[in-house]
Design a protein around this ligand. Structure first.
Ligand SMILES: *[C@@H]1O[C@H](CO)[C@@H](O)[C@H](O)[C@H]1NC(C)=O
Ligand SMILES: *[C@@H]1O[C@H](CO)[C@@H](O)[C@H](O)[C@H]1NC(C)=O
Ligand SMILES: *[C@@H]1O[C@H](CO)[C@@H](O)[C@H](O)[C@H]1NC(C)=O
Ligand SMILES: *[C@@H]1O[C@H](CO)[C@@H](O)[C@H](O)[C@H]1NC(C)=O
Length: 490
């Protein structure tokens, strides 16, 4: 029994190592005997799992690449062996010419509050590096991800960027392609938050030109030159750009040289032009302001005895305009100038304020000069005959008459101008003011007072509402026509 067990154990110990070492031997044979049969077991093993039709081309493919792999490794090693990635190509001889191309993946959103915008670009830079020339059957090499750091790369930086994000998933989003003739293409994808000073003076009819400028960080103009590759920014516009309120209107380029303490640098700038489509602002600001101003005119059709109605209407419209003015600036940079929208709102506020003031003036001129302590002698009931023309001529007889009758028509309502009813003492007190009023305003029904002269400005106080009903809408209409003509042609 014991011998049988020992024999089985011995047999297992012989079989097991041979099974484990099996692949080892085959792999070790690989380099020494580079025959096709070396790779024999591999396709056979995969044949069991996959249909033969799929494995056959795969097997040929692996043979092809593996056949060239050593050659590729050799070329790469030979060019990188004596390569010094710290030094730029052509150092001491000529400036390195870097050709730039740009592809915009997304543009926006534009943050008005922070005066910046976000742009997601793929940035292409091409230059020639003689040290990377090679001979062989390969047209180009592609190095991805971290391999890039083994080569010299232009130290381009974005001058007006606030934050730059490189994309690292799944591998760093960068790539180098080396061509036979030493031409190197370096591509990197990044998202940049760049500053863009927005001039909001014409808001909401504003259009902006947001720059994206880049230059070398360390190589001045005599060492490194940028060039546009047939300036054409690829725009994938229907590719979910997040411009929201803005329309993209075009892109232009500019090349300039700036002098700093470190030298003269070549700065390339791209301008992304956007213009606002102001539908949003129209619904949020213009229409409410317009309607509020019109509502304030309702006051002119309310009889002037209804002081609470007219006052509350006026005050409400003034307050509404104040609120609208504040709201329009809510999501706005704290600029110190007034924008086009602010001006419109300010004018609407002015119109509402004038409508309220109109009532205040009307009320003051018609009621405040009435003498409540007028003697009963003067307070005799007003005869109906007063409305007759001849009665008007003898108006002096009814000085300081207080009209309490409800049915009296507007023109004749309260009619006790101060200067006619005041006692001599108080006339002296208010003399100057009243004299002035009497000169230019006619508050009495018949303007034939001593100081009143024909041909002077004739403002019939009781008709102030009638005037306002015409003057306010007409002037507002003209203001609007002028405003929109100027704004849309700016
Ligand atoms: C490539 O081959 C050419 C001609 O065969 C030779 O002149 C050149 O030096 C070679 N270049 C490199 C980098 O080996
Ligand atoms: C973009 O729009 C063009 C036409 O305007 C269309 O032909 C193209 O397929 C669109 N591309 C995408 C990615 O939607
Ligand atoms: C963009 O705006 C700039 C500055 O306003 C202007 O010079 C340029 O011509 C504009 N480009 C396009 C394509 O509209
Ligand atoms: C913009 O790029 C084109 C194409 O390279 C070039 O011809 C043009 O001069 C550039 N414009 C500016 C202002 O640099």
């Amino acid at each position: 029994m014991l011998t049988k067990v020992l024999l089985i154990l011995l047999g297992m110990s012989i079989i097991l190592p041979s099974r484990i070492e099996g692949p080892h031997v085959e792999w070790e044979k690989g380099p020494s005997a580079p025959d096709d049969d070396v790779y024999g077991p591999k396709p056979q093993a995969s044949e069991k799992k996959l249909p033969s039709e799929e494995t056959k081309p795969a097997a040929i493919g692996t043979q092809g690449t593996l056949g060239k792999l050593p050659a590729a490794t050799q070329i790469l090693n030979s060019i990188l062996n004596n390569y010094d990635h710290k030094l730029r190509p052509g150092i001491g001889e000529k400036p390195t010419v870097v050709t730039v191309e740009l592809s915009v993946n997304t543009l926006g959103p534009i943050s008005i509050l922070d005066m910046e915008y976000t742009i997601d670009i793929t940035f292409y830079q091409t230059w020639y590096d003689e040290r990377l020339r090679y001979n062989g059957s390969f047209e180009s090499f592609v190095l991805s991800g971290n391999m890039v750091s083994q080569l010299w790369i232009p130290d381009t930086f974005f001058r007006n960027s606030k934050r730059t994000q490189e994309h690292m998933i799944t591998m760093p989003n960068q790539m180098v392609r080396i061509h036979k003739d030493g031409k190197v293409l370096y591509t990197i994808r990044m998202t940049i938050d760049a500053g863009c000073s927005l001039h909001m003076l014409k808001f909401p009819m504003d259009s902006h030109s947001c720059p994206l400028s880049f230059s070398s960080f360390s190589y001045p103009e005599n060492e490194m030159i940028y060039k546009w590759e047939n300036f054409e920014v690829e725009i994938h516009e229907n590719n979910s750009w997040k411009l929201f309120q803005f329309d993209f209107t075009g892109v232009s380029n500019e090349t300039e040289t700036i002098s700093t303490q470190a030298g003269d640098f070549m700065v390339m700038t791209l301008f992304f032009n956007v213009s606002r489509h102001f539908g949003f602002v129209t619904f949020q600001n213009y229409i409410p302001s317009f309607v509020t101003t019109m509502v304030s005119w309702v006051s002119f059709w309310i009889k002037k005895e209804s002081a609470p109605a007219r006052t509350s209407l006026g005050v409400t419209s003034v307050l509404t305009m104040t609120t609208l003015g504040t709201f329009s600036r809510r999501n706005f940079p704290r600029v110190s100038y007034i924008t086009t929208l602010d001006f419109y709102i300010a004018m609407c506020f002015f119109f509402c304020f004038c409508a309220l003031m109109e009532f205040a003036v009307l009320n003051f001129l018609t009621y405040s000069w009435r003498i409540p302590r007028a003697s009963p002698r003067l307070r005799h009931p007003r005869p109906r005959a007063l409305t007759r023309p001849h009665a008007r001529q003898h108006q002096e007889a009814f000085v300081c008459e207080i009209d309490d009758s409800e049915e009296s028509d507007e023109e004749e309502a309260p009619s006790c101008p101060a200067w006619q009813s005041l006692s001599p003492r108080s006339t002296r007190r208010h003399g100057g003011c009243c004299r002035w009023f009497k000169k230019y305003l006619c508050v009495v029904r018949s303007c034939k007072g001593s100081i009143w002269q024909q041909g002077r400005l004739f403002i019939h106080i009781y008709r102030l509402d009638n005037y306002s009903r015409v003057v306010f809408p007409v002037s507002f209409f003209f203001f609007n026509v002028l405003y929109w003509l100027v704004c849309l042609n700016l």
